[in-house]
Design a protein around this ligand. Structure first.
Ligand code: ZN
Ligand code: ZN
Length: 394
């Protein structure tokens, strides 16, 4: 609504002159001025890291991983997001990007979406390291190790460090991806009815886990046209191995009953893999259906047998009384579905973050992406809690 007007009113976005487009600023009190930024670096595809690119002046180029660009394009095609027609330049680990006088080195990290990066930024005053979002217990843990190694070598003056799981008490259960597989395998192996699951479509590791679970349990893994589009986009990506919903014998594509369909959906709707709610209803014990929260209304047409399994394979809400959680639970209760929780976090635990900070040993650490920045005092390093609209010198 009205570009950045509400974001500024609620202090959700910084008022930085020379960053935003004329259109985004039209209804705000910040006057449009010529761009003052040379580039935007994107660490990975997650909403909290890319969603506002659409507000940025389109003449400012955007730098991102090759796979991130592919996923971004699929997202733009199949969703309502618009990221703007910037010049997009892709990078990969090992590249050194020159932006004016500084050099930036992107280094892969393991996270809950592919093509996630941290950065080492070499300035005349010394190196600045940004972690992006990262984990050490995932299937590609060695990537995070590479990043830490490189960050250490840079002897940074500052480390901008994520702290999602830095908190007084972690109530949510966290598994490794392997443990998610084992747990879900037990649920599915003994299931006699439909198996439903809900997780972020861009969590490609989880996609692969459920594809494997389906195969192991002689069921078909059913995904939406949107997810099918994302997976087909990634099938040709040399760095990633994903199943093709159009060709893989263990997959089917769920087509919602609609009055009209989008152009991009047609190749899926017209494929031999397309199935509808009636098909799911008739083959409940043979399927694992990935169902996004926004598509829960499909349950009305699918009519799952009471006692069907529902595997919630994403993070649990931060606190009790979460509205989305309540709505989900109401659906599950109405259809009498049995709920299971199985998730591997995309983030390091607090202990791992503290270890990482001490290992990289920067002059200063700036906690970000956390609700408990002050808890970084628990690690052996000088901590600066960043404040809005304030510049820092190391
Ligand atoms: Zn993330
Ligand atoms: Zn994030």
């Amino acid at each position: 609504r009205f570009g950045l007007k509400d974001y500024f009113a609620l202090n959700l976005m910084p008022k930085l002159p020379g960053l935003y487009s004329e259109e985004a600023l039209a209804y705000t009190d910040l006057k449009y001025t010529e761009p003052e930024y040379q580039a935007i670096l994107l660490s990975h595809i997650h909403y909290d890291h890319v969603a506002h690119i659409g507000f940025v002046d389109e003449s400012i180029p955007v730098l991102l991983g090759e796979t991130t660009l592919r996923m971004l394009e699929s997202w733009e095609t199949t969703g309502r997001m618009g990221f703007g027609s910037h010049a997009y330049y892709t990078f990969r680990t090992g590249d050194v990007i020159t932006i004016d006088d500084i050099e930036v080195e992107p280094i892969h990290v393991d996270h809950s979406t592919p093509a996630s990066y941290g950065f080492v930024i070499y300035t005349s005053e010394g190196a600045i390291v940004y972690t992006g979002d990262l984990r050490m217990h995932g299937p590609k843990a060695e990537m995070t190790e590479d990043f830490i190694e490189r960050a250490k070598e840079a002897e940074p003056i500052a480390l901008i460090c994520e702290g999602t799981r830095v908190m007084p008490e972690e109530k949510r259960t966290n598994m490794s991806e392997r443990e998610v597989f084992e747990y879900c395998n037990r649920v599915i192996a003994s299931a006699k009815k439909l198996v439903l699951t809900c997780f972020y479509p861009r969590d490609v590791d989880r996609m692969k886990t459920f594809h494997e679970l389906a195969k192991r349990n002689k069921r078909k893994f059913v995904v939406s046209t949107k997810v099918a589009h994302l997976l087909e986009t990634l099938v040709n990506d040399p760095g990633i191995e994903v199943p093709s919903p159009l060709r893989d014998e263990n997959m089917l594509i769920y087509v919602r009953e609609m009055n009209r369909y989008f152009e991009w959906e047609k190749e899926f709707i017209n494929s031999s893999k397309a199935i509808d709610a009636e098909y799911v209803n008739k083959h409940q014990h043979k399927l694992i259906l990935h169902l996004d929260f926004t598509n829960f209304t499909e349950l009305i047409d699918i009519r799952p047998e009471p006692g069907s399994e529902f595997i919630h394979s994403m993070s649990e809400p931060f606190e009790e009384g979460d509205i989305e959680e309540e709505v989900k639970n109401n659906w599950l209760r109405y259809f009498n579905l049995r709920k299971h929780q199985a998730h591997a976090s995309g983030h390091c635990s607090m202990e791992e973050i503290f270890w990482l900070v001490e290992e990289i040993s920067p002059k200063l650490v700036f906690p970000v992406h956390t609700e408990y920045a002050e808890m970084f005092s628990g690690c052996d390093c000088k901590v600066v809690i960043p404040e809005k609209n304030k510049g820092y010198k190391c």
